[in-house]
Design a binder for this molecule. Structure first.
Ligand code: ADP
Length: 463
């Protein structure tokens, strides 16, 4: 409640006096101005409240000087409070001089027994807070001069100061020196504290700005990366589509050429074959690029159907056997899927692509005389098939076991005789296996061979 009241009063005064935030960069001077305004608006009502009992007491006791001093001090504070024309700097100076003179007037009138020494001490600390160290030291110097003048006046009895009449001059000197030193020490301590707080604040401000800047850069870099990724995907999808279409035309014409020429010679047949095989390879690469683009943009969908998985495995085996035989590789199938349970429900095309690609790689990366074995098994509930493809090929270095799944990554890019490939097959295969409810895993020993394995859901119900 009190906080709310204070806050609205503060707001009112800021509005009334048009006290602006000033130079936002110099936070310390802003803090000092704000503190001064807070002191001013707090001291004004307090001084008004305390003024009336003191003037009544002064009149009753016939202490007219006290009445004048109090009246002048309160009037000055009221003037500073309501005047919006003079700047804060002047206000601070007038306010400080006012309190300083009030303190000394009270010392002269009441003596050291009251809290006047404390008022001077507080004044120096406040001046240090709202005007800085230099102003604080000036206040201490003025205090010291004030004390010195008091001693001189008392000693030479220039003015009759009643309160010091019975006081010994040595005691006065000691009290004044002590007071001055304590005030000086306080000014130094407060300004030291403020400086350090300010430095810490500046450092934090600096770090905050740096953090904001870094964050902005990271966001910009991320947006740029996402944008270029989108562009790359769109470009690849477009290009592969644009190249595939004329490629079908070229291959179709090659086919037509074969049938059009009645007695083709050997060279002619060879040329046609080159067109066909290279064209087909290009088409396959384009299909891979199109598929990876679809996977990356989340457009690839599943198309499940029922089919005989054993028949599918057999077809793949038959397709790759000649290639294996050409390299003198022993290619065998260990199929443990029971004939009765060979009808499965999954995406035929995707499973075929994965199996074909793994078999193709196994043969490609196995040297002559090696072995490639494809093992297939079904779980007890007939809901999952596991495929394991083992080869005795060149293997994969341990640090590349994960990176080979990245699109376009090939282990042996430096090797000019690197086996033909685009480096996308495994990333497509892993994405497909994941879509089919499994994950593509591998174990490999460099120079000894590799084993790829995965399990996929094939349950007839609920899939
Ligand atoms: P690529 O078209 O180059 O074969 P993949 O994505 O199928 O692309 O494979 C990526 C890389 O993983 C290959 O370049 C090869 O270095 C490595 N790799 C894949 N399969 C095997 C394997 N069976 N044996 C050894 N290395 C393999």
């Amino acid at each position: 409640m009190l906080k709310k009241l204070w806050s609205s009063y503060h707001q009112w005064y800021i509005k009334y006096s048009r006290f602006s935030k000033g130079d936002e960069q110099d936070e310390l001077s802003y803090f000092r101005d704000k503190l001064f305004v807070s002191i001013l608006i707090l001291i004004f009502p307090l001084s008004v409240v305390s003024y009336f009992p003191s003037i009544v007491t002064a009149i009753l006791l016939d202490k007219w000087l006290l009445l004048y001093v109090d009246t002048i001090a309160v009037s000055v504070i009221a003037f500073l409070f309501f005047n919006v024309k003079i700047g804060l700097r002047i206000k601070k100076i007038v306010f400080s001089i006012n309190l300083f003179l009030l303190s000394f007037a009270l010392i002269f009138y009441i003596g050291l027994k009251s809290s006047n020494g404390l008022l001077l001490f507080m004044l120096s600390v406040l001046v240090t807070l709202y005007s800085g160290k230099k102003a604080g030291i000036w206040t201490v110097v003025c205090t010291a001069i004030g004390y010195l003048l008091t001693v001189v006046i008392t000693y030479f009895e220039l003015i009759d100061i009643e309160v010091f009449a019975g006081e010994r001059i040595e005691i006065l000197i000691i009290i004044f020196i002590n007071n001055t030193l304590i005030v000086l020490m306080s000014v130094f301590s407060v300004s030291f504290l403020i400086r350090h707080l300010h430095n810490a604040l500046l450092k934090e401000h600096h770090l905050q700005n740096e953090l904001i800047e870094k964050n902005r850069n990271v966001v910009a870099a991320k947006e740029k990366a996402e944008e270029s990724d989108r562009l790359k995907t769109a470009f690849m999808a477009n290009m592969s589509h644009e190249i595939r279409t004329p490629m079908y035309g070229i291959l179709g014409c090659a086919e037509l050429l074969k049938s059009h020429v009645s007695s083709p010679d050997k060279d002619f047949e060879e040329y046609i074959e080159v067109i066909e095989t290279n064209g087909q390879e290009l088409l396959d690469v384009m299909s891979d690029i199109l598929n990876i683009s679809k996977i990356e943009s989340g457009l690839m969908t599943l198309n499940k159907s029922q089919f005989n998985v054993n028949a599918n495995i057999k077809t793949i085996y038959k397709e790759f056997l000649p290639q294996a035989q050409l390299k003198n590789i022993q290619f065998t199938i260990n199929n443990f899927i029971p004939i009765d349970n060979s009808i499965v429900h999954t995406d035929f095309e995707k499973l075929t692509v994965v199996l074909k690609h793994l078999v193709e790689n196994a043969i490609k990366y196995t040297l002559e005389g090696g072995k490639v074995v494809l093992s297939c098994s079904m779980n007890a509930n007939n809901t999952q098939i596991t495929f394991i493809l083992k080869d005795t090929g060149i293997g994969i270095p341990p640090d590349k076991l994960e990176t080979i799944f990245n699109p376009f990554y090939q282990v042996d890019v430096e090797n000019k005789n690197a086996l033909h490939g685009s480096g996308i097959g495994l990333s497509i295969s892993r994405a497909y296996v994941r879509m089919l409810g499994g994950d593509l895993e591998l174990e490999s020993i460099e120079g000894k061979g590799t084993a790829f394995m995965f399990s996929i859901d094939v349950g007839l119900k609920g899939n």
